[in-house]
Write a protein that binds this ligand. Structure first.
Ligand code: ASP
Length: 423
């Protein structure tokens, strides 16, 4: 049992306990049957309210945290060319790792053939949402009204505005220095708030997990077992092999230490199925436990929450193969390439919230002329896979953050080794 210095159970241990208890209670409720008072009082009452409040309390931190932290981070980067270099490295790594992820998934789906012989349900239907064209995604990076961008929680627009503001701050001499001191203080206060709210995470996580499993159970998984297991295997493979080798070779980081320190964000990503909601604790962990300097972390982590979704790309790769096989449609080599390109680019404009992977899957299927209704085939297990793939998405963000920081000499080995906590 893990305890902190004062002998109390550590927060991570409590979160894991909350997850385990949530799983047990959820499966029990599912077995009893979710109807009557179990449904109205427990599942849609207590568990729903508890989980929703916890999610809201995480989300409320995201906009102020990203803005304030990024203003401080940009101001700390001494020159604008450095900002450009960090941006190119980060985006490059995000795109490359996503392309690797979806390629792995396609290879696995081609070898294992999870959809071969799958019985098609004729009434399968899925309402696909329209995906915005790439040109619009690029135009939309620039806010016309930063307050609107914050009110909408539009991460990419907030990043652009905070970056510009931070640059102006550094160029403003004395007034800039005064304001920066204020932002630094505000940043510490918001980080403190993150830690305060993490205190209730075990209960929030319990409510979220118990509700999902009460409503889902494992029943929906059986007909899709091959698909489900294959996505899981590729997710684990990508996290353990791709990230570990990149961390080791490009940043000289011990993957075991990395994963040990990432336990809280991984547990939270799993429970909330949202990279955005996990963002405050990812940022806290990357800065204060992994040792990435704020100037790099404040940019790479919020950007990654929106742009980098390797786990989601893996689901899309396997799902595309699965749907093609289930409908008996052969994919040509050019189609495979299109899947890789579309799945990689699709992640850029979509926010890290639950279920967004399905919107992206619709884009990919359309691109290779596969029936979009095919998404209905994999819907039954999507929520459970969403939890695991979000954990991979968040792990990917943190890995790239460490690699970029190491290449810029902004990774504290002392903090990484746990000698100090960087607070
Ligand atoms: N839930 C995922 C995330 O927030 C996105 C998805 O795969 O649906 O990163």
């Amino acid at each position: 049992m893990q305890t902190d210095r004062s002998g109390r159970l550590s927060l991570t241990f409590k979160i894991v306990l909350g997850m385990g208890a949530g799983l047990a209670v959820g499966l029990l409720l599912n077995w009893v049957g979710v109807s009557g008072w179990v449904e109205s009082v427990l599942v849609n009452g207590l568990l729903h309210v508890g989980g929703a409040i916890f999610l809201a309390s995480l989300m409320l931190l995201v906009v102020p945290l990203v803005f304030v932290s990024l203003v401080c981070g940009t101001a700390a980067l001494d020159d604008v060319t450095r900002l450009g270099r960090v941006g190119v490295k980060t985006l490059g790594l995000y795109l490359i790792t996503t392309a690797i992820a979806v390629s792995l998934a396609l290879i696995a789906a081609t070898i294992v053939q999870p959809g071969a012989g799958f019985e098609l349900i004729s009434d399968a239907s899925f309402e696909a949402q329209e995906a915005p064209p790439l040109a619009q995604v690029i135009i939309d990076l620039f806010p016309t009204n930063p307050i609107q961008a914050m009110a909408d929680g539009n991460m990419l627009q907030i990043i652009v505005f905070a970056g510009l503001f931070g640059i102006a701050l550094t160029l403003s001499g004395e007034p800039g220095k005064r304001l920066l001191k204020f932002f630094d203080d505000l940043n510490s206060v918001i980080m403190r708030l993150v830690m305060l709210l993490m205190g209730v995470a075990p209960y929030g996580v319990f409510c979220l997990i118990a509700k999902v499993f009460a409503l889902q159970g494992f029943g929906a998984m059986l007909p899709l077992l091959q698909y489900f297991v294959l996505v899981l295997v590729v997710l684990v493979l990508h996290a353990l092999v791709t990230y570990s080798s990149l961390l080791k070779t490009l940043a000289g980081v011990n993957p075991i230490v990395f994963f040990r320190k990432m336990r809280d964000p991984i547990a939270l990503a799993f429970s909330t199925a949202s990279s955005n909601a996990t963002l405050p604790i990812t940022l806290e962990t990357v800065e204060h436990k992994l040792g990435v300097n704020n100037s790099i972390a404040s940019f790479t982590i919020p950007l990654g929450a929106t742009v980098n979704m390797d786990g989601t790309a893996i689901m899309q790769g396997v799902a595309t193969g699965f749907i093609a096989q289930a409908y008996g449609i052969d994919l040509l080599p050019i189609d495979y390439l299109m899947v890789v390109v579309t799945a990689t680019l699709a992640s850029i404009g979509t926010a890290g919230v639950p279920g967004v992977g399905l919107v992206m899957l619709a884009m990919v299927l359309r691109q290779v002329n596969l029936p979009v209704e095919g998404i209905a085939l994999v819907l039954g297990v999507d929520r459970l896979l969403d939890m695991v793939r979000t954990a991979v998405n968040v792990t990917g963000d943190a890995s790239v953050s460490c690699i970029v920081a190491a290449s810029e000499g902004e990774l504290s080995r002392e903090i990484m080794r746990g000698k100090t906590n960087g607070a």
